[in-house]
Design a protein around this ligand. Structure first.
Ligand code: F6P
Length: 256
């Protein structure tokens, strides 16, 4: 019956909360690896969490790229509390297609929520020299200030191998990721099974340690193929809320 399903989801959410050691877990039915509509549900549920976690004023919401966060953007609707929110991309170029870049998602969110946004124009694959000079640009400095004072961060988590392939990662870095047994990726950082950082993409923006000062951190990641990645990332991450799906949750809890 429906009641039974509702109850089961709730107990699985509690179990997963304990398993991952985080504050809050939401599980939507289905597996986004198998059905595209499940990702939309991830987005819808995440929007609910965003609204719950808004501060009375001064909301600065930093977002990452990827299809899961793009789904969150698609599900946003105007809301009086969101109108005053400022959306910013969490980090600069990470090698995603335009529609899945943090900048694009950030602009879409602001449009849908009728809020405002600022963009961070930083090319992918920065050299050390380019990084050093860009970081001192006044326009970059002013948006970095906003990113560092984000009140909420909404981010995706990916499987390390999948993400390395999706970005045009050099053979040297691919080899390093293999050697260091990278399992998960988030924010341009790669992590091993213990949740330790094994590689970081050189780009400007939010650093992992900045999250320690963020009031609300929301991770959105589903699909059974991401189970190991989510578990690895959550080992050390300061994430508070995870929105995931049944496919990922069951595999994390060894139910399939
Ligand atoms: O590249 C941005 C990013 O948020 C990564 O940090 C993350 O691994 C990935 O996208 C998740 O993408 P998707 O939601 O499409 O699986």
């Amino acid at each position: 019956t429906v009641m039974k399903e509702v109850f089961d989801t709730q107990s699985m959410e509690e179990e997963l909360q304990v398993h991952l050691g985080i504050e809050e877990v939401h599980i939507v039915p289905g597996d986004s690896d198998v059905h595209g509509w499940v990702k939309k549900e991830l987005g819808r549920t995440a929007v609910g969490v965003v609204k719950q976690r808004l501060q009375p004023s001064g909301n600065i919401i930093a977002v990452t790229g990827g299809t899961s966060i793009a789904a969150v953007a698609e599900m946003l609707v105007p809301d009086s509390d969101l109108k005053e929110a400022l959306f910013v991309p969490a980090r600069g170029g990470l090698g995603e297609q335009v529609e899945n870049q943090a900048n694009t998602i950030c602009a879409t969110m602001a449009r849908k929520a009728m809020g405002s946004y600022r963009l961070l124009h930083v090319p992918d694959q920065l050299s050390r020299e380019a990084y050093d000079s860009l970081i001192n640009e006044p326009s970059v400095q002013s948006i970095l200030k906003l990113i560092h004072s984000a009140t909420m961060v909404i981010h995706g988590i990916g499987d390390a191998q999948t993400m390395a392939e999706r970005r045009s990662t050099s053979p040297e870095v691919l080899e390093k990721l293999r050697r260091k047994k990278a399992i998960a990726e988030a924010f341009g950082y790669y992590f091993n099974a213990e949740g330790e950082i094994v590689h970081k993409v050189l780009t400007i923006g939010l650093q992992l340690e900045d999250l320690e000062h963020t009031d609300a951190i929301l991770a959105v990641a589903g699909g059974a193929s991401k189970a190991e990645a989510v578990e690895a990332y959550m080992k050390k991450a300061p994430a508070q809320v995870l929105v995931t799906d049944e496919g990922a949750a069951k595999r994390m809890l060894r139910r399939n």
